[in-house]
Design a binder for this molecule. Structure first.
Ligand code: FE2
Ligand code: FE2
Length: 289
């Protein structure tokens, strides 16, 4: 992988593991032409996925998250349009995973095309197209543990529903009295917009898109890896009324992300004019990254 960290396997391992944890429902077309049962064939994640979560849960502290925000939300690294960023992300060559046939750009297009095929609004299709562009953090040298993986609030107790919860024993915030109570640094129903989620491609891309997409699209991007919330039902005590509305949109988005992968690669150049026009409808020609 063209990234600072090869130690915990491939970038797509986490997403492959999501399919093990949240298998494709029987009434949907299974991804990659596989049967839904194939994703249920083993109960434990591979060792390198466990290692990825061990690092992620150990290192995602309040202090690290504040530092990452200071470092990356200045967005002083590159200036690119959305399509250019897609091509840049596509340079992320994943040598460590010979099973991955889909490039990053193909995952984005398959997600968007599945949303489009169901007749959803244009902002929703565009949200599918850009939702993982924050993974360019890997190309800025960031290790995988702070780019991908399930997200969760930092600054309050780590909910028991978070995958591999036992690895939080190694996180110093688990022993910090300011952070290890139910509410920690937050207050009841303060709203998720006021909650610091663990750092990764979701939070970064949400910030890049903030001025350009409608609220439901922003929620889909910010919370798409927040599995403890949208799929496990945790953290409702931090939600406000707005979050309850947004949860429905995030749940609507999730199957397009998880289950739109197929062996049939989209024709990138044929689709490009449609998507260039869609991008131009919402985004300026150049963005700061
Ligand atoms: Fe993602
Ligand atoms: Fe995705």
């Amino acid at each position: 992988m063209n990234s600072a960290d090869n130690s915990s396997g491939s970038l797509d391992d986490w997403e492959d593991d999501l399919l093990r944890r949240y298998p494709c429902p029987q009434d949907r077309q299974p991804p990659n032409g596989k049967q839904a049962d194939e994703f249920r064939s083993y109960d434990e994640a591979p060792e390198h996925v466990r290692e990825f979560y061990r690092l992620n849960h150990q290192l995602q502290t309040v202090d690290v998250n504040r530092a990452k925000r200071d470092e990356f939300l200045k967005r002083d690294r590159r200036t690119m349009g959305i399509w250019e960023a897609m091509e840049f992300l596509n340079t992320l060559v994943d040598d460590s995973d010979p099973d991955t046939n889909l490039s990053q750009i193909q995952h984005l297009l398959q997600t968007a095309e599945a949303i489009r095929a169901d007749g959803h609004p244009r902002w929703f299709i565009l949200t599918g197209l850009v939702h993982d562009l924050g993974k360019i953090l890997c190309l800025f040298g960031e290790p995988q543990w702070c780019v991908t993986g399930d997200t969760f609030p930092v600054g309050c107790r780590f909910d028991a529903s978070i995958v591999y919860h036992e690895f939080f024993r190694e996180n110093p915030d688990s022993d910090n009295q300011e952070y290890n109570s139910l509410y920690g640094i937050y207050s009841p129903n303060c709203g998720l917009r006021n909650v610091m989620l663990s750092w990764g491609h979701d939070e970064y891309m949400y910030n890049v898109c903030q001025d350009y997409l409608p609220e439901p699209g922003l929620a889909m991007i910010r919370y798409h890896s927040f599995y403890p919330w949208h799929s496990e039902g945790a953290y409702h005590h931090l939600m406000d009324d707005h979050d309850h509305q947004m949860l429905d949109y995030v749940k609507l988005f999730n199957p397009y992300d998880l289950y739109s992968k197929s062996e049939d690669p989209p024709d990138v150049e044929a689709l490009r004019p449609y998507y260039e026009e869609l991008i131009g409808e919402f985004f300026p020609p150049q963005l700061a990254w």
